[in-house]
Design a protein around this ligand. Structure first.
Ligand code: NAP
Length: 345
C-alpha cells in the first residue's frame, strides 16, 4: 500500500486521550514520532495521562493537551490550529445504560459534528473516527452466520438495539454525511472494533476491562451465554495510526474483531491466566438469564443476544496492518495480567 508524504513531527489532535483506547492510540502515535495534542474534558487530568504514557515508554516531550468537551463549542477551532490529522476516539462508553438514551447519543453525535466540522474548517487532511461493531452488526437476523462486513449497517429498527449501539450508529452515519456534504468523503476512515481488551496503561479498569474484572472479583456467580467478539487494543491503536496516512484507507470502514466467544470461554482463559484466583465455572441457563431480565433493564437488553456468535470480516484491517490480529486469548490474558499487576482485583 502507498503512503502519502508524511512528516513525523506532524501534529495529531487526539480526542479522548484519557480513555483506554485513546491512551493506546497516543502511545502508538508518539512511538511513531508524531506530535500528539490530546484533548481532555478538564486539564486537571493531563498529569495522570502524561505519567501513564511516560511509564509506558513514550517520549512525552511531543505531548500537549487541550481542554474540549463533546457537548460544548468552546475551544475546537483553537485546538485544530497547526493540526494535520484528527483522531476522534472520544465518546461515552458505559456498561450501565442511562435511563435517558440521549446522555449517550448527544455527546456521541454532537461531539462527532463538532470534531469533524472544526477539522474541515481547519483543513485537516485525514480524519480517523473510532466507530464500532455496534454500528455494523446489530438489529439483524439472529440466524445469520455470514461474517459482518464494512457494507453492513446496524438496523436501528431491529431487536436488541440499546442506547450505546444507537449512539455509535448515529454518530458514524452523521460523520459520513458531514464528509459527503463537504465533498471530502475520501478523507474519513472509520475503525469499527468489537470488544477491545489488552493491557491497561493506568489504574482505571475502564468499561472494557470490567467484564474481566467481574470474573475475577466474585461479582459474577455464574456464566450466562453472553457472546463477545474480542480484539486487541494494540491492533486497534495501530490501525488508527496506519489509517491516518495510508492512501487506500481513505473513505473506508474497517471492521475489526479477532474471533467470537461466549463468556464461558473468556472465563476459561482468565482462569488460566490467573492461577489461584476463583473464576466462576458454573454456566447460567438462558431461561435463568431471561427470568433475571424481567427485573433488570440491563440484563433484559442482552437476552436477545444469548448464544448468538457473530463474526466480523477483519480482512481489510489485516491487510492494513500487514499481519494477523493478536489472538483474542492473548488479549484476555493481557487484561487479566494488568488487573492483577495493578492490584485492581
Ligand atoms: P473509555 O475508556 O471510557 O474512554 C472514553 C473517552 O471518551 C474518555 O477519554 C472520555 O473522557 C471521553 N469522553 C466521554 N464523554 C466525553 C465528553 N462529553 N467530552 C469529552 N470527552 C468525553 O472508553 P474506550 O473503550 O477507550 O472507548 C474509546 C472509543 O472506542 C469510544 O468511541 C468507544 O465507543 C469506542 N469503542 C470501544 C470499544 C471497547 O470495547 N472499549 C469497542 C468499540 C468501540 P473522560 O476521561 O473525561 O471521561
Amino acid at each position: 500500500m502507498s503512503q502519502s508524504t508524511q512528516n513525523h513531527a506532524d501534529r495529531v489532535l487526539l480526542t479522548g486521550i484519557s480513555g483506554f483506547l485513546g491512551g493506546h492510540v497516543a502511545l502508538a502515535l508518539l512511538k511513531a514520532g508524531y506530535t500528539v495534542r490530546g484533548s481532555v474534558r478538564k486539564l486537571a487530568k493531563a498529569d495522570k495521562v502524561r505519567a501513564s504514557l511516560k511509564a509506558a515508554g513514550a517520549d512525552i516531550s511531543r505531548l500537549e493537551f487541550v481542554e474540549l468537551d463533546l457537548l460544548s463549542d468552546a475551544g475546537w477551532d483553537e485546538a485544530m490550529a497547526g493540526v494535520r490529522y484528527l483522531q476522534h476516539t472520544a465518546s461515552p462508553f458505559v456498561i450501565d445504560l442511562p435511563e435517558d438514551k440521549n446522555e449517550l447519543i448527544r455527546p456521541a453525535v454532537e461531539g462527532t459534528e463538532r470534531a469533524l466540522k472544526a477539522a474541515l474548517r481547519a483543513g485537516v487532511e485525514r480524519i480517523v473516527l473510532t466507530s464500532s461493531m455496534a454500528a455494523i452488526a446489530y438489529g439483524h437476523d439472529k440466524a445469520r452466520t455470514r461474517p459482518f462486513t464494512a457494507a453492513d449497517w446496524t438496523d436501528l429498527e431491529g431487536r436488541g438495539v440499546n442506547a450505546y449501539i444507537e449512539s455509535k450508529t448515529l454518530a458514524e452515519r452523521r460523520a459520513w454525511e458531514i464528509m459527503r456534504a463537504a465533498g471530502r468523503e475520501r478523507d474519513l476512515t472509520t475503525i469499527n472494533p468489537s470488544a477491545i481488551l489488552g493491557p491497561l496503561l493506568d489504574e482505571d479498569p475502564s468499561t472494557s476491562a470490567l467484564m474481566v474484572k467481574r470474573l475475577l472479583d466474585g461479582s459474577v456467580p455464574a456464566l450466562p451465554r453472553i457472546p463477545f467478539v474480542i480484539v486487541d487494543v494494540r491492533d486497534i491503536a495501530e490501525a488508527h495510526v496506519k489509517a491516518m496516512t495510508e492512501d487506500s484507507a481513505g473513505g473506508r470502514r474497517f471492521p475489526m474483531g479477532e474471533r467470537p466467544m461466549l463468556m464461558g470461554e473468556v472465563a476459561d482463559i482468565v482462569r488460566k491466566a490467573a492461577p489461584g484466583r476463583k473464576v466462576p465455572r458454573l454456566n447460567m441457563p438462558d431461561w435463568a438469564v431471561r427470568l433475571y431480565g424481567l427485573f433488570d433493564r440491563d440484563v433484559r437488553g442482552i437476552v436477545n443476544e444469548l448464544g448468538v456468535l457473530k463474526a466480523l470480516d477483519s480482512s481489510a484491517a489485516i491487510a492494513l496492518l500487514g499481519r494477523p490480529l493478536v489472538p483474542a486469548s492473548q488479549s484476555v490474558a493481557a487484561t487479566t495480567a494488568s488487573l492483577i499487576e495493578r492490584r485492581l482485583v
